[in-house]
Each structure stands twice: as C-alpha cells, then as structure tokens.
Design a protein. Structure first.
Length: 387
C-alpha cells in the first residue's frame, strides 16, 4: 500500500507529518511578480490580487508528493493533487450563478460544460486535477454535492460537476490516479480566501514555457465610472511556449532550452466577477483569455486544452432559474470593454505568478522541471527597461 504524504495547503494544516515542511515553507516565500517590481498592465488590483477578491469565492488545495526515482506505475513517484474553487459560500445547487465557457483549443477536458453552455448557469464547485484523475474527482464532487443536497436525484435533478484537467505525466505517476475522494472532499472542506500559488493542488506536477508552473491567481478592479467591479482569475498553467514578461522575451534571452522533453500544453482558466453579466457576456469574457496567453508566450499548440469558464456572483437563481437575489443588467459597451481589459491583465499576471512562485521539482524517473531563475530574469527585465 502506498503511503501518501500530502498537505492541506489552503489552511496550512498538515494532514500527515511529512518531509515536505521546509519545501512548502519555501514555496510560500517565493515572490509573486509584483514583489519583484514587475507591474502587469495599468488597472488597479483587488486587495489580495487574487480570485478571492470577488466576494464569496474561496479556493482549497490538497497536494500529493511522495517517493522519488524510477517510475513504478501505480505506486509513484507521486507529484499531483487537486484544487477546488467554491464560487460562493451558499448552496450552489439551490443558488446557481450565471456562467459561460470558451474553448480556444479543445484537446482537453472540462466536464459539465455542455450543460453550462446550454443553461448558462453554474451549480457545482470547479475542481482542477490531472488528466487521468478526472473520473475519480468527478465522482468525489458528486459525493460532495449529494452530502450537501439530499434531494438530488430524488425530488431534484441530477448534478453534473465541472472538473478540469491538465497532463502532469512528465513529473507524476499519472497512471496511479493518486487523487482520491477524501482528497477532493478535504480540498473543498478547507477552501479559504487565502489562495496559495505555485506547485500546489492541481498544479503540483505542471510546467509552462519550459519552467515549473501550476496554480496562479490575480485580480483587477474597474473604476467608479465602470461600476467598481472586480474580476478575479485563477489558472492551472501547463502549456508550451517561450516565456515573455511584459512583452520582453525573457525565455529566449535566458538562452535555456527546456529540459522538459514532453512538456504538456494545456491551461484551465477560471474567471470570477461581481459584475452583473449574462451568460453570453460571460462567454465573451472567457474568450479574451487567449489574448493574455499570447502575451506571455503561448501559441496554443494543437495538443493543447485551452479552456476558460467565467461566472458572475452578482445574481443567484433557484432550481427553476428564477431570480433569488441580485440582478443581471445590460452593461454598456464601455463597461464590458473594461471587464475584457481586466480579464486580459489578470490572466496574464496569474500565469506569471504561477511561474514566479514555483520551485524546481524533481519527479518520476528523475525528470526535472526547473524553476524560473528569478535573478537572471530580473536582470533581463532591468536592462530591457521592463522594471
């Protein structure tokens, strides 16, 4: 039997005593891009500069790291996890949110999105994990919803969870499908407004543009004339490309060739806003994510799953889609333009945060995903006028 070592990152609570205590202390201390003097875009950020700046949104992670050396399929080494986003603090099934989905390149999976696109609402948490764990995580989210809502499938409709995936098989024993039901329930149960980034949760085994990456988040606020709205973004970054920071080709100038021989090519982006938008407008918000990905260096490869889901907390709907609270109103073109701009800026910074906060990780068969050499990158930024 495999002995799992994992940490409930969202609260800092150790689920087991592990050798990872110092490693996670380092992860928490590695800086975000703004801490190094890099300002992305010109809009104001939220208080935490995270998706949790949208009131009611919380995020939980469970991170699984165990073993080293040669791959033994089904046993390890393990470098994976799960991230759960709770869109509000109430009953999602009984208080649904308007939502929209955009697919830039569809070589990936985000379950439940056909229903989201058809109905225009979100009624479950959003979970992120690795490609071969989607079924197990889906089952666990069903269990979570059945525990919360005892009339699902009896007096009420069934439920179709939203679960997104990226491929972490370069570092992780992905065939082992090590994320289990209890990990998903723990991630949901420990969700917090303090969002940890980098090699945590669903982002544990991920890499982007030749460097270690994973979970990243950021937020933007519109001005008074545009309604004082907040847009928050969370990404699981795992795509190929050549890293650019504020338009500067940092990856190229570092003159490093990626040692990641099978770099995966996907990114799942979750966008939250308190702006009162329709599902069509939310789909349009998600459609602006690719602009940010291009800015950081992605070209959306053929095998990439580049999928975005956006939801609004401004209004809640009951099971018949009747309005319970809040409002949806037609925002003018100037306001929607600001929300598009906020999405692009927050997504760009979220991706960069996922790279800047991630430490080097050695995984199965001694595969290494190197951290971004921050000091060298900053020197390139400085000499190029980017700081």
């Amino acid at each position: 039997m495999v002995s799992y070592a994992y940490v409930g990152i969202s609260t800092g609570r150790k689920t087991e005593v592990t050798e990872l205590r110092q490693r996670f202390a380092v992860i928490c201390l590695r800086g975000r891009v703004r801490e190094y003097g890099i300002k992305v875009g010109g809009m104001e950020t939220g208080e935490q500069n995270s998706i949790a700046d949208v009131r009611g949104v919380s995020v939980g992670h469970v991170t699984l790291i165990q073993g080293e050396g040669k791959l033994v399929p089904g046993r390890g080494p393990v470098r994976t996890g799960v991230t759960v986003i709770l869109p509000h603090e109430g009953s999602l099934f009984n208080e649904k949110l308007r939502a929209g989905v955009h697919v830039q390149n569809g070589a990936g999976e985000l379950t439940g999105t056909l229903q989201v696109m058809e109905w225009g609402v979100l009624e479950t948490p959003i979970a992120l994990t690795n490609s071969l764990n989607v079924g197990l995580v889906h089952d666990a989210v069903v269990e979570y919803m059945l525990q919360k809502e005892p009339d699902i499938g009896i007096e009420a409709d069934v439920v179709l969870p939203v679960v997104g995936e990226c491929d972490d098989s370069y570092l992780n024993d992905i065939r082992g499908r090590h994320v289990k039901r209890e990990h998903v329930l723990e991630a949901a149960g420990t969700a917090s407004e303090k969002v940890v980034e980098g090699s945590v949760g669903g982002g544990t085994g991920m890499s982007a543009m030749g460097f270690k990456a994973g979970i990243g988040t950021a937020s933007r606020k519109t001005g008074k004339e545009f309604g004082h709205h907040t847009v928050g973004v969370l990404v699981n970054a795992n795509f190929s490309g050549e890293l650019r920071v504020n338009g500067i080709p940092v990856g190229r100038r570092l003159q490093t060739k990626s040692v990641i021989r099978r770099e995966s090519r996907s990114i799942i982006t979750v966008i939250a806003t308190d702006a009162p938008l329709t599902s069509l407008q939310l789909r349009r918000v998600g459609a602006h994510v690719p602009l940010a990905l291009g800015r950081v260096g992605s070209t959306s490869a053929s095998s990439s799953g580049d999928i975005s889901i956006a939801f609004s907390t401004a209004e809640r709907l009951d099971r018949s889609f009747a309005q319970i609270s809040g409002k949806t109103e037609a925002v003018n073109s100037e306001t929607i333009d600001e929300l598009f701009r906020a999405t692009v800026e927050a997504t760009e910074e979220a991706v960069l945060n996922s790279v800047f906060t991630s430490e080097t990780m050695k995984g199965r068969d001694d595969h290494v995903s190197p951290s971004l050499p921050v000091e060298e990158a900053l020197e390139i930024m400085k000499t190029s006028g980017g700081l």
